[in-house]
Design a protein around this ligand. Structure first.
Ligand SMILES: Nc1ncnc2c1ncn2[C@@H]1O[C@H](COP(=O)(O)OP(=O)(O)OP(=O)(O)O)[C@@H](O)[C@H]1O
Ligand SMILES: [Mg+2]
Length: 384
């Protein structure tokens, strides 16, 4: 006798055994670890292995205090869990030790009632979610700059060229002492014009895209850097030559990477160390998908370009506004470099992420790849 499909499925569900709990935990994309009453690891899943960057077999012989400084709020959280036999969460936790550097982590501790003193811990990286959130803010910030650039171009550039011309005339007609002042006026007028020119790059123009070989772009950027602002620095390349082309605008990608490499070079130079170096890395990364604002589409961003430097790291006080226009810690900086980077990457449907500590700063740019099938290459990978 044939069963209707739904009934047949229901029957199957009854007889199909439950998957092993360990297999489910291993597959969970959230770092989970269990510690005993002495805070030694008794269990860690695969995601925890990635989180701590230590294999499970090693973790099993370790204690939490081997990885995390004793004054970390994590230990207070664990004690709270044990004392009250309750679930305790802590947000935006930073782990900073020689073996582990993570920030923006949400930790949750749960008591294991069957095993007194045991605590199950989960570690979730909230920074990725925040990056997405900020990415949208960057776009609106960039848009406000583009409006301002249009006004400036109109209201400032024209009178400015008048001032510059007058200063130039004065240079030739005044005495030696005043000539210096006239030159100063001309130079300052040029500086304002350059700033307005840079702001004009924020204009809203549709982007023209094609298949772009990212390694050629990086090679071009490296040559430009080494023949100018990074002539005194070592630049390493760690490329995955098998990567497919990016779906993007070559000139804009040059601009993005040049801005990032220039910041890296400036950070190293500022730190006054001779052993500073920049590393350019390309890699393929599975599983990075983001929603396209205003649509139900999701973008698959498998190609990651990292610009790494060994400089002093990003000043704490500007981290939250790093990609906003006019945020700078440099006396002669305009603070437009990263705002433009964020705008261009946003228009490419990509993402930018920053991870910084003294001695190692990473800017990671996630980009869509070019696929033969144009429909796919405009990033439609799911119709959720
Ligand atoms: N690799 C880095 N290491 C340390 N700090 C950085 C790095 N990249 C950026 N920053 C910080 O971010 C700030 C903003 O960078 P951004 O490129 O937007 O502006 P800027 O470099 O100051 O000026 P501009 O690029 O317009 O000349 C910098 O002033 C610097 O403090
Ligand atoms: Mg810059």
């Amino acid at each position: 006798m044939r069963l209707p499909l739904a009934r047949a499925r229901a029957k199957l569900d009854v007889v199909r055994p439950m998957p092993d709990a360990a297999a489910m935990l291993a597959a969970l994309p959230v770092a989970c670890a269990m510690v005993c009453a002495e805070n030694r690891f008794v269990f860690a899943n695969l995601a925890a292995e990635h989180f701590f960057a230590i294999s499970i077999s090693h973790l099993r012989h370790m204690s939490l205090s081997d990885l995390i400084p004793k004054d970390s709020p994590l230990f207070a959280l664990i004690e709270q869990v044990r004392a009250g036999e309750i679930v305790v969460s802590d947000h935006d936790v930073t782990f900073d030790s020689p073996r582990l550097h993570r920030r923006g982590i949400t930790v949750q501790g749960t008591p294991v009632l069957e095993e007194p003193g045991y605590v199950l811990l989960t570690f979730q990286d909230e920074s990725a979610a925040r990056t997405l959130d900020r990415q949208l803010n960057f776009r609106s910030a960039a848009r406000s700059v583009s409006g301002m650039a249009a006004i400036l171009a109109h209201e400032v550039k024209n009178p400015l060229s008048g001032i510059r011309g007058a200063a130039q005339l004065l240079e030739n007609s005044v005495g030696e002492a005043d000539r210096e002042l006239a030159v100063l006026i001309r130079n300052e007028a040029d500086r304002i014009r350059d700033l307005v020119d840079r702001m004009e790059a924020f204009g809203e123009k549709p982007i023209v895209r094609d298949a772009v070989n990212i390694h050629r772009v990086l090679e071009h950027v490296r040559r430009l850097a080494q023949s100018g602002f990074a002539a005194h620095l070592r630049i390493h390349e760690l490329y995955d030559p098998s990567l497919p082309p990016v779906w993007g605008n070559r000139d804009q990608l040059v601009q993005v990477l040049l801005n990032l490499v220039k910041n890296a070079a400036e950070a190293i130079t500022e730190s006054d160390r001779d052993d500073g170096e920049i590393t350019l890395i390309t890699a393929y990364q599975h599983g990075v998908r983001v929603a396209v604002p205003g649509t139900k589409r999701r973008v698959h961003l498998p190609l990651v370009v990292t610009v790494r430097d060994s400089g002093p790291g990003i000043p704490e006080d500007i981290r939250d506004h790093l990609f906003d226009p006019f945020v700078t810690s440099k006396s002669s900086g305009s603070g437009l470099g990263l705002a433009l980077v964020a705008k261009i990457i946003g228009e490419h449907g990509g993402l930018i992420e920053m991870d910084s500590r003294p001695g190692k700063t990473d800017f990671r740019v996630f980009l869509p790849i070019f696929l033969e099938d144009r429909f796919e290459s405009v990033n439609t990978t799911a119709k959720s």
